[in-house]
Design a protein around this ligand. Sequence first.
Ligand SMILES: Nc1ncnc2c1ncn2[C@@H]1O[C@H](COP(=O)(O)OP(=O)(O)OP(=O)(O)O)[C@@H](O)[C@H]1O
Ligand SMILES: O=P(O)(O)O[C@H]1[C@H](OP(=O)(O)O)[C@@H](OP(=O)(O)O)[C@@H](O)[C@@H](O)[C@@H]1OP(=O)(O)O
Ligand SMILES: [Mg+2]
Ligand SMILES: [Mg+2]
Length: 346
Amino acid sequence: MRLKEENMYKVEEETRENEKVAKPYSISGGFSPPGKGVVVGYALTSKKTKSFLQPKLEGLARNKGILFVAIDQNRPLSDQGPFDIVLHKLSGKEWRQILEDYRQTHPEVTVLDPPDAIQHLHNRQSMLQDVADMNLSDSYGKVGVPRQLVIERDASSIPDAVTKAGLILPLVAKPLVADGSTKSHELSLAYDQYSLQKLEPPLVLQEFVNHGGVLFKVYIVGEAIKVVRRFSLPDVSKRELSKNSGVFRFPRVSCAAASADDADLDPGVAELPPRPLLERLARELRRRLGLRLFNLDIIREHGTRDRFYVIDINYFPGYGKMPEYEHIFTGLSPEPGTKQLQEALY
Ligand SMILES: Nc1ncnc2c1ncn2[C@@H]1O[C@H](COP(=O)(O)OP(=O)(O)OP(=O)(O)O)[C@@H](O)[C@H]1O
Ligand SMILES: O=P(O)(O)O[C@H]1[C@H](OP(=O)(O)O)[C@@H](OP(=O)(O)O)[C@@H](O)[C@@H](O)[C@@H]1OP(=O)(O)O
Ligand SMILES: [Mg+2]
Ligand SMILES: [Mg+2]
């Protein structure tokens, strides 16, 4: 497998706000993989390229004959490669169509993941539907989603809609669209339903579940799973709720900088969800969503041992912060289940 000359350079170009796309370059610096090598074409924003394609991943991949090649969005996909795998996270209808067409004409290429399946996660209602339908409950615990209500338009209808639906305050207001834009991450906490009229639909209003201020991020890569702890919003007591009103925008509380893995936490809060429960949840979600690369945020209702809620699912999240991600993506990890991943991916 040889790279074409034009694939050997790197230029960055701003295509739209928040979306810089890395132009073609080979992370392996011109290395040609042996006959049985794997060529992974990638179409990622430059931010994502930087966080995902780190030197360690590049090195391990090179040793395994895996070559990452940037896809040039300005040229037909069929003229590039040939690829064994296409890895992507870009927005836009046009791009989705290009990928769908490519999947039809190149069934031999594994497109991670199918654009339609990814779209399902771009709406905060459909995102959690599969978890709700699954109704997962076994001896290890019960997994559900917080009760929520969609407000498509007309903010003035919110107080009535909340009363009718019987939602219990406080509520987390989230933009209905979760497309990775800055706006889609602008969330608010509402102590009373009247203040929500200030916000702009379309929104999802979700019951806030007290969880001891710590959440679990479950990273999924095919059959491999890794869990990390992150700080989250603190509990809201009944007293606090009765004393407060209003709606408060909050920043990205559970971002990478908010790792709680080394924090001194109450053991009942810090204890990871049981592995068999997460494995079942991940396996079932992978099947229902038709996705292999995603993470989910899951919280444990404070005061319980085994009552869990999934509050968010993200496609192709920040894997650069997933422990051992380089090994998992190159199929070298001793994690249970990774062998199958290797087969699925490579
Ligand atoms: N129902 C809920 N109950 C309690 N806390 C919640 C709930 N929903 C969200 N949160 C808190 O708000 C934070 C952001 O919510 P969410 O994960 O839905 O947003 P996001 O912008 O999609 O996040 P990400 O950056 O993971 O994509 C969570 O990390 C958690 O701290
Ligand atoms: O910004 P971070 O590094 O925290 O990573 C976040 C990632 O941004 P990135 O594109 O830079 O990877 C986000 O992607 P977009 O939806 O905004 O496209 C989203 O997937 C978050 O869930 C990730 O946080 P994580 O869930 O992995 O902690
Ligand atoms: Mg989240
Ligand atoms: Mg999210």
